[in-house]
Design a protein around this ligand. Structure first.
Ligand SMILES: [Zn+2]
Ligand SMILES: [Zn+2]
Length: 141
């Protein structure tokens, strides 16, 4: 954990415990979507004796200050990531990979909803597109 990241946590009022700092770093550095169990597997070596319930609490503390976002995928697990701006998810039905479209797609969707829903204030939007990723589509040819 660099000084910069610790400052970012403190600026947001997060009590920086070694667990929280390490969990956040794992999410930032991987750039991936992990379940709490997957986060737990990745931090266990560095933080021996850490309980899964502590991982959940840390993720939720980071989420409460906007550093971590969670998404519930249809028929899938709850996944966490170090990314908080609204964004759609693309889920490959073949390999299960979760990826993101261009960031502006999320904003365009939000814009379309805000102008077309009669004053309804959209605060959250969960969009999941299911399909086949380029890797799996290529393998089928
Ligand atoms: Zn995501
Ligand atoms: Zn795939």
């Amino acid at each position: 954990m660099g000084k910069e990241q610790i400052n970012a946590l403190q600026e947001r009022g997060v009590r920086v415990t070694p667990q929280r700092a390490h969990i956040w770093r794992v999410l930032v550095e991987s750039g991936e979507h992990f379940t709490a169990e997957e986060v737990w597997k990745r931090v266990r070596d560095t933080l021996p004796g850490l309980e899964l319930s502590t991982v959940y609490r840390s993720l939720e503390a980071l989420q409460a200050v906007g550093l971590v976002a969670d998404s519930r995928l249809p028929e899938g697990p709850r996944v966490f990531e170090a990314r908080t701006a609204l964004h759609p998810h693309l889920v490959c039905e073949s390999c299960g990979e979760i990826s993101h479209p261009e960031p502006e797609i999320g904003w365009r969707l939000l814009e379309a909803l805000s102008t077309g829903s009669g004053g309804f204030e959209v605060r959250e939007l969960h969009v999941v597109a299911k399909g086949v990723c380029p890797g799996c589509a290529g393998g089928r040819e």
